[in-house]
Design a binder for this molecule. Structure first.
Ligand code: URP
Ligand code: ZN
Ligand code: ZN
Length: 459
């Protein structure tokens, strides 16, 4: 069915214009003033509202066996939460561990998502070892439309790769034109510091950050950059948390290294005192790299505004209270992760745009367009243009609310951003022209989401 969105202010990464948007067969076919629509077309009045391209979360975990348990969302719950919050596409980390076969893992991750997501999705393929069959398996996976890799320099003996494996992955990525995303922490230092702290009787969640200090992340970021420099591959640092790590990434960029930077919602809004709270309250705020000293936040915000941090993801990774207390006797056993897929857009709008730190175009860029460009989805996703998928967010800037686990759609019993105020939320969200969300509620079709096939573009 045709859809007409009338009279909103259309905001893309490069423009703001008052106009109507007409959608046929899942794509935008006209943009202009006073567009006519056939009588049977669905019409949405966006007067006084902003209309954004569907937001893209470039870093989420839905199906994730990790730290002796499983992340809580299914593709159904995670995608509905994403959509209610304005995210119409997510890129999930496909994370088989070192003992798994990569291709079997890829098929398993695909099978978990297929037919279950209400929004569109893609994968980053984790390379967690490099053995004789790895190259041919990765070639098959890229040919299947998954044109980005993920490596972990952390999580020794589980997801983590050594330097030789990192080199082989990047060298292959360069030949295939694939971008490689990386979790940058020095695995050896993390293991040694964890053991040292535990031996000193330091077992609580407040010791998680000291076991993965800023220098541990900075070393990983610098090493990743050096390997990019020496292979010519293109890289993307995920969930960068602090000024020191940012500086080494930007130094590399100045040297001509093809390196991009993501930071994630918790690092802009939460600091390490959250993880220092007593008992399970602290455990709820354990993620890696850890929440940092507050002074880092101003640096991240200004780097984001200036574009040297490219994107804001979430690293959505929900573990509930019962799972978090697996680490009650030792911080090394607290499942790492803070969910945020539902809250990213509203909190970024509130603290970024309303807080005077981001202009509207850059907000769209960092939460949608830049990820679409880096990960081979643009201009199908990440903008509003004739020919683009009609993933549209009609945004009500007069809405006022409070983030709470009580009202969330994420499958979890707490929210790490509990009590934060939001100044705006999506009033309508469409996925390829179909209304999926209306005024904070999912009203659409479960399982509508498609896996997005992407071509390599980083030669
Ligand atoms: O704490 C985190 N970040 N959990 C998810 C796994 C990862 O490292 O991305
Ligand atoms: Zn990570
Ligand atoms: Zn992650």
């Amino acid at each position: 069915m045709a859809l007409l969105i009338r009279n909103g202010e259309i905001v893309t990464a490069g423009s703001r214009v008052h106009a109507d948007i007409y959608v046929e067969n899942e794509t935008v076919t006209k943009i202009g003033k006073n567009l006519e629509a056939p009588p049977n077309a669905e019409t949405i009045d966006a007067t006084g509202k902003l209309v954004f391209p569907g937001f893209i979360d470039p870093h989420v975990h839905i199906y994730l066996p990790f730290m002796a348990t499983f992340a809580k969302d299914t593709h159904e719950t995670g995608s509905i939460a994403a959509l209610v919050g304005g995210t119409t596409t997510y890129i999930e980390m496909c994370c088989p561990n070192r003992n798994d076969d990569a291709l079997e893992g890829y098929e398993l991750w695909k099978s978990k998502a297929a037919g279950n997501s209400a929004c569109d999705y893609a994968f980053h393929m984790s390379v967690t070892k490099f053995v004789k069959e790895t190259e041919s398996q990765l070639r098959q996976i890229v040919a299947d439309g998954t044109a980005s890799f993920k490596i972990f320099l952390a999580y020794k003996n589980f997801f983590g790769v050594d330097d030789g494996e990192m080199y082989q992955t990047l060298e292959l990525a360069k030949r295939l034109g694939v971008i490689t995303t990386a979790h940058c922490e020095n695995a050896e230092l993390v293991a040694r510091l964890q053991q040292k702290l535990l031996a000193e009787g330091k077992t609580g969640s407040e010791w998680h950050e000291p076991s993965r200090r800023e220098s541990v992340e900075t070393e990983g970021t610098g090493r990743f950059a050096t390997f990019l420099e020496n292979t010519g591959a293109t890289g993307y640092v995920v969930h960068l948390s602090c000024e020191k790590a940012l500086r080494v990434a930007l130094d590399a960029k100045v040297r001509g290294v093809k390196i991009h930077v993501e930071s994630v919602l918790p690092h802009f809004l939460l600091d390490k005192t959250y993880a220092e709270r007593p008992g399970v309250e602290g455990m709820k705020h354990v993620m890696s790299p850890p929440l940092r000293a507050k002074h880092n936040q101003d640096v991240l915000w200004s780097a984001l505004a200036g574009g040297s941090i490219d994107t804001v993801g979430t690293d959505h990774c929900p573990f509930d209270t019962e799972q978090k207390v697996l680490g009650k006797d030792s911080f090394v056993n607290i499942p790492n992760g803070i969910p945020g897929i539902e809250d990213r857009v509203n909190l970024l709008y509130t603290h970024g745009v309303k807080g005077g730190r981001l202009d509207l175009e850059r907000f769209v860029d960092c939460a949608s367009t830049r990820a679409a460009k880096l990960f081979g989805l643009f201009p199908r996703k990440g903008t509003i243009a004739v020919g683009s998928d009609a993933d549209l967010v009609v945004y009500d800037t007069s809405y006022r609310g409070v983030v709470s686990a009580k009202s969330q759609h994420v499958n979890n019993d707490y929210n790490g951003f509990e009590g934060m105020e939001i100044e705006g939320r999506p009033s309508v969200v469409t996925v390829r022209g179909k209304v999926q969300v209306c005024n904070g509620e999912f009203v659409g079709q479960r399982g509508r989401g498609k896996m997005l096939k992407r071509e390599p573009s980083h030669f």
